[in-house]
Design a protein around this ligand. Structure first.
Ligand code: ADP
Ligand code: MG
Ligand code: MG
Length: 253
């Protein structure tokens, strides 16, 4: 079943066209990588999906789990299981990570008609997740991303995703700024989560092929000037690694 069906999506910022007829279909359980050079519109695409107010959609459509995504408010999209991890996760000084996670989790549970977790119940929900994702329980007692290293911030994003039990995860440059050990830890957390939640669909946005050395993907899409210009399997990423973007024979340019 199609979780995400993007058809001829066009979007602008300040009257400047960024997305130019983007097409993408993601089914339940699939992992897709979207690759492309800086400035091609990858982050714009993710922000348009979650309803960032700076971007206006000027054409095309997006179906999410069979409904019109743009008919939903940004908060309703999150409640419906759409998750975006940020390229630069922000600190929220003075806000405890556990309180933050519980609030986000309860907001979704409430919208789904499920009982909210009290602090003890929430601990019962999050403790096994920490164990499975190999995330230190110290993460819970700290303030949101305060003093976190780049890798810790990215793992905290994966923890949020796991706690929320989202159905579609858009992970924007989850590899950016990380050394190889930190990258491996983040990738391992995503792999563990994916093992547990086989139905979850994932869209990995990345500029670099190296992330795909650690994360298994089903499809690779190359974006250029605001649209997907080539789609293939993991071999497409390896081709990029050795030949660079210029060499890729673009089908729909
Ligand atoms: P990518 O994530 O692929 O590097 P972005 O989606 O961030 O690309 O950017 C696509 C294009 O949109 C770039 O030319 C960028 O300068 C422009 N852009 C993105 N965000 C803004 C913004 N807030 N204001 C003006 N231009 C923007
Ligand atoms: Mg960029
Ligand atoms: Mg970006």
């Amino acid at each position: 079943a199609g979780v995400l069906e993007v058809t001829n999506l066009e979007a602008e910022i300040d009257g400047k066209r960024i997305l130019n007829g983007l097409n993408l279909r993601v089914n339940k359980g699939e992992v897709h990588a979207i690759m492309g050079q800086n400035g091609c519109g990858k982050s714009t695409f993710s922000k348009v999906l979650v309803g960032h107010p700076d971007y206006s959609v000027v054409g095309g459509s997006v179906g999410y789990k069979g409904s019109d995504l743009f008919a939903l408010e940004p908060e309703e999209r999150a409640h419906a299981g759409l998750f975006l991890s940020f390229q630069y996760p922000v600190e929220i000084p003075g806000v405890n990570n556990t309180d933050f996670l519980r609030l986000a989790c309860n907001s979704r549970r409430k919208a789904l008609g499920q009982p909210e977790f009290d602090p003890l119940e929430f601990y019962g929900h999050v403790a096994p997740i920490l164990e499975e994702l190999k995330i230190d329980s110290k993460f819970l007692n700290r303030n949101v991303n305060e003093g976190f290293s780049g890798g810790e911030r990215k793992r905290n994003e994966v923890l949020q995703l796991a706690v929320l039990e989202s159905d579609l995860a858009i992970l924007d440059e989850i590899d950016s700024g990380l050394d190889i050990d930190a990258l491996r830890e983040v990738a391992e957390a995503v792999n563990k989560l994916k093992e547990k939640r086989k139905d979850m669909a994932v869209v990995l946005i990345t500029h670099y092929q190296r992330l795909l050395d650690y994360l298994e993907v089903d499809f690779v899409h190359i974006m250029k000037k605001g649209k997907v210009v080539k789609t293939g399997g993991p071999e497409l990423a390896r081709e990029l690694e050795s030949e660079g973007y210029a060499s890729i024979d673009l089908e729909f340019e």
